[in-house]
Design a protein around this ligand. Structure first.
Ligand SMILES: Cc1cc2nc3c(=O)[nH]c(=O)nc-3n(C[C@H](O)[C@H](O)[C@H](O)COP(=O)(O)OP(=O)(O)OC[C@H]3O[C@@H](n4cnc5c(N)ncnc54)[C@H](O)[C@@H]3O)c2cc1C
Length: 395
C-alpha cells in the first residue's frame, strides 16, 4: 500500500492509474469538509447511508471518519485534512451535480437512455433464482466471460434475514447473489435494525490499489457516489468500469414493531416469506405459494427514512438501469443509458445470453417508469421542505 504523502489531500493520487482532478475538487467544493457534511447532510437527516464518505476516507488509510452510532462521524478529527472529497462525492450534496448531469446528458424526468428492453436470461439456473428476469446475473456473467470485468460488487443472502455485500469473482458467486435484491440484512452497525439496504460500497475499501476491473450493482445513491468519485478520478472508483443501476423507489427498515406491522399486512410470519420484490407495489411471495401485493403508500411505517429525500428512481447516471417495472413477471426491464451500456447489452443479446419479450410495450413501460420517477421526486421534494431545506437547491 502506498504511504501517505506529507501534503496528502487524501486523493489516492499515489495509487497507480489514478490521477485526481484537484483543480475540479477545489473549484466544486471550495473549503467544505466533513465538518460541513455533518452539519448540512448528516445532522439534517439527509444522509442516505451509502457510506461513500467512509469508504473513500478509509480507502486512503486516513481513517478520520467511520460509522458511529449508525452515522458517519469523526473518529480521528485531527486526521481529517479537510480535503473536501467526502463532501464532493456525497449523493446528497449538490457538489458535482451539474458536471454529472452534463456527463450523462440528464434531462427530466428519467435521464437519457439509448434503448429499452425487456429481457430474460436463457440460463435455467439463473431463471430459477432471479428476482425478475435474471438480466443482472446473466449480464454480469457475459461481462466476465468477455473479460470486460474481473468481478462484480453485488450482494448475497447468507441465511434468513441476512444479506451482505459480496465481491463475486466467478459465475458460482454471481449465482449466490442472484435474487437477493430485497432480502433483509441486519445493519452492520446496529443489530436490532433489519434493513433491505446493503452497504455494498464498503467492500471497495482498499481495492483501488489492485489491478482489477469490476462492475458495481447499486441503488441510485450508491451509483451517484461512484460517479462523483469517477469525476474526481479518485480511488477506489478507478477499478469500476461498469455500473448496473437498480430502479429504486425505497428501501425498508424493520425494527421489532416494523416486523409486526408487515406480518399483520401479509397475515403470515416473516419466516414464511420466500421472496419480496418491488415494482410499482411490493410483491410478497410466501413459501406456501401465496402472492400478496401491497401498495407502497401503505408501507410508510417501514420505509427507511434515509430514502425519503431521494429524488432518483431510475438511476440515471448508471451504464444500464434495471427493474421489474414495465415488464411481465419473469422479465427485467433494461434501460441502456451510455454507449458502452448499449453496445454490451446488444452484444450479449446477439451472443444468446437473453431472450427478448416480443410482447413488451416500450411506451407503456416508459410511462410507468416516468410515473414512478415523478412520484418519487414529488415525495422527495416534499420531504426536503419538511426538513426545512430549500428544495429548489436539489432540483
Ligand atoms: C432496494 C431495492 C429496491 C428496488 N426497487 C425497485 C422498484 O421500486 N421498482 C422496480 O421495478 N425494481 C426495483 N428494484 C430492482 C429489482 O428488484 C431487481 O433487482 C431488478 O429488476 C433486477 O432483477 P434481475 O432478475 O435482473 O436481477 P438478478 O439476476 O436477480 O440479480 C440482482 C442482482 O442485484 C444484486 N443486488 C441487489 N441489491 C444490491 C445492492 N444494494 N448492492 C449490490 N448488489 C445488489 C444481487 O446480489 C444480484 O446480483 C429494487 C432493487 C433493490 C435492491
Amino acid at each position: 500500500m502506498a504511504s501517505r504523502c506529507p501534503t496528502c489531500v487524501a486523493c489516492g493520487g499515489c495509487a497507480p492509474k489514478s490521477k485526481p482532478d484537484l483543480e475540479k475538487i477545489r473549484e466544486e467544493v471550495g473549503i467544505k469538509s466533513f465538518y460541513n457534511l455533518k452539519e448540512e447532510v448528516i445532522e439534517k437527516n439527509l444522509c442516505s447511508m451509502c457510506r461513500g464518505c467512509v469508504t473513500f476516507c478509509s480507502a486512503s488509510t486516513l481513517e478520520a471518519i467511520a460509522i458511529l452510532k449508525g452515522k458517519p462521524d469523526y473518529i480521528n478529527e485531527k486526521n481529517c485534512l479537510s480535503c473536501g472529497i467526502c463532501y464532493a462525492i456525497c449523493p446528497r450534496t449538490s457538489s458535482l451535480e451539474n458536471s454529472l448531469r452534463e456527463r450523462y446528458n440528464y434531462s427530466l424526468p428519467i435521464g437519457s437512455y439509448k434503448s429499452i428492453y425487456s429481457l430474460r436470461s436463457k440460463d435455467l439456473q439463473i431463471q430459477e433464482v432471479a428476482t425478475d428476469g435474471g438480466f443482472v446475473t446473466g449480464f454480469l456473467k457475459y461481462l466476465m466471460d468477455e473479460k470486460i470485468i474481473d468481478g462484480a460488487l453485488i450482494s448475497r443472502r447468507e441465511g434468513l434475514m441476512n444479506n451482505q455485500p459480496m465481491l463475486a469473482m466467478s459465475f458460482k458467486y454471481l449465482l449466490k447473489g442472484a435474487g437477493s435484491s430485497l432480502a433483509v440484512s441486519s445493519s452492520l452497525e446496529d443489530l436490532n435494525i433489519y434493513t433491505t439496504y446493503i452497504p455494498s460500497l464498503l467492500m471497495l475499501k482498499g481495492l483501488g490499489e489492485f489491478p482489477t476491473r469490476i462492475a458495481v450493482v447499486g441503488t441510485p445513491c450508491q451509483i451517484t457516489t461512484i460517479r462523483k468519485m469517477q469525476l474526481l478520478k479518485i480511488v477506489p472508483s478507478n477499478i469500476v468500469n461498469f455500473t448496473v443501476g437498480l430502479f429504486c423507489y425505497e428501501n425498508f427498515h424493520f425494527t421489532e414493531d416494523g416486523r409486526k406491522f408487515l406480518e399483520e399486512k401479509i397475515n403470515a410470519r416473516m419466516s414464511d416469506i420466500e421472496k419480496i420484490n418491488v415494482k410499482e407495489s411490493m410483491i410478497v411471495k410466501l413459501s406456501n405459494g401465496k402472492r400478496i401485493e401491497i401498495d407502497l403508500d401503505e408501507l410508510h411505517r417501514i420505509v427507511r427514512p434515509e430514502c425519503l429525500p431521494c429524488l432518483d428512481f431510475a438511476n440515471w447516471a448508471s451504464d444500464v438501469s434495471v427493474g421489474g417495472l414495465g415488464s411481465q413477471d419473469g422479465y427485467t426491464t433494461v434501460l441502456a443509458r451510455t454507449n458502452q451500456g448499449k453496445s454490451f447489452v446488444d452484444r450479449s443479446i446477439e451472443r444468446g445470453y437473453f431472450e427478448e419479450d416480443h410482447m413488451f410495450d416500450k411506451n407503456e413501460a416508459l410511462e410507468k417508469i416516468k410515473s414512478m420517477e415523478i412520484k418519487k421526486r414529488t415525495r422527495g421534494l416534499k420531504r426536503l421542505e419538511e426538513l426545512g431545506l430549500d428544495s429548489k437547491e436539489f432540483e
